[in-house]
Design a protein. Structure first.
Length: 133
């Protein structure tokens, strides 16, 4: 005796996905999509932070160059604001004496305006004539 199945009908094993299987597959896809979006968002934020750090480094280098070009150094802390690359930065420069005659230590720190985290710090040394204020 042979068994013939009507081509228009399918058996229970060939009926396709059940509702539960479809919901589980959709949940897995949703988890993967949320993870992908989260990863992309983190990458964008990291790129922005790296860009801000890069420009903060440029600002710190510029302040050191400006300090080098000053004919006379004033010991102590000074600060200011500057914009570069679409970012607003606050900088602080600290000029101190060293143990060596006519040699000054210059430390520049840069942070985003109204932020606590210092993005870049640059240190340098500069010689100066004996007439320090």
């Amino acid at each position: 005796m042979s068994y013939r199945q009507d081509p228009g009908k399918s058996s229970a094993g060939e009926a396709g996905f059940s509702l539960l299987e479809s919901i589980v597959a959709l949940a897995v896809f949703a988890l993967a999509a949320v993870s992908a979006v989260s990863l992309v968002t983190q990458n964008v934020l990291s790129a922005n932070q790296l860009e801000a750090r890069m420009f903060a480094g440029f600002v710190a280098e510029n302040i050191l160059v400006e300090t080098r070009l000053q004919p006379q150094l004033v010991l102590g802390v000074s600060d200011g604001e500057v914009s570069m690359g679409g970012y607003d930065f606050d900088w602080q420069r600290d000029i101190q004496e060293t143990g060596e005659t006519n040699l000054r230590s210059v430390m520049v720190s840069v942070r985003l305006r109204d932020a606590q985290q210092v993005l870049q710090v640059r240190n340098g040394f500069q010689t100066e004539p004996a007439n320090v204020q």
